[in-house]
Design a protein around this ligand. Structure first.
Ligand code: FES
Ligand code: FES
Length: 163
């Protein structure tokens, strides 16, 4: 059954035509937002990570109809006026992108982590270790990079955000 849902999509009030049996990933991609990638389709690889009300979720195992009334953020909303977001730029600067299939999901996951740290009621900077980053990224798989540059990118982005 087709249905229109209303949501904020990358900050804009949006009506999305969806099928009620469809995953959010399918609905986003059918509506032209193909930056969010489909890897495993069963919630294991994180390629489809988007933020719902600023919380990272796997869009492949979330029903589109449940996004009614939420704020959805996808990779398409991160660059502003042609300028990469600080997290996107950190991934580029660290050489953390090879085929790029995992990158949108990882950028969204890192973005949510940084926003979480900013929202924490703390005046002292939070020094995350490389293992902390690996734990935060545990649901996001990369088949190319060996992860070292991804961890570099995330650490650099976290540190830059706290200056
Ligand atoms: S495509 Fe969603 S977790 Fe793999
Ligand atoms: S860069 Fe290819 S899967 Fe991560």
């Amino acid at each position: 059954m087709k249905q229109i849902i209303q949501c904020q999509l990358n900050g804009k009030p949006t009506e999305l035509l969806i099928d009620t049996r469809q995953s959010l990933l399918e609905a986003l991609r059918e509506n032209g937002l193909t930056g969010t990638k489909e890897g495993c389709s069963v919630g294991e690889c994180g390629a489809c990570t988007v933020l719902i009300d600023d919380i990272p979720i796997n869009a492949c195992i979330s029903l589109a109809v449940r996004a009614e009334g939420t704020s959805i953020r996808t990779i398409e909303g991160e660059a502003v006026a042609g300028e990469l977001s600080p997290v996107q730029q950190a991934y580029v600067d660290a050489g953390a992108v090879q085929c790029g299939f995992c990158t949108p999901g990882l950028v969204m996951k890192t973005t949510a982590l940084i926003e979480d740290l900013k929202n924490e009621d703390s005046t002292s900077p939070c020094n995350l270790s490389r293992d902390d980053i690996r734990r935060e990224h545990a649901g996001n798989l990369c088949r190319c990079t060996g992860y070292q540059h991804i961890v570099d990118a995330a650490i650099n982005a976290v540190n830059a955000a706290q200056k």
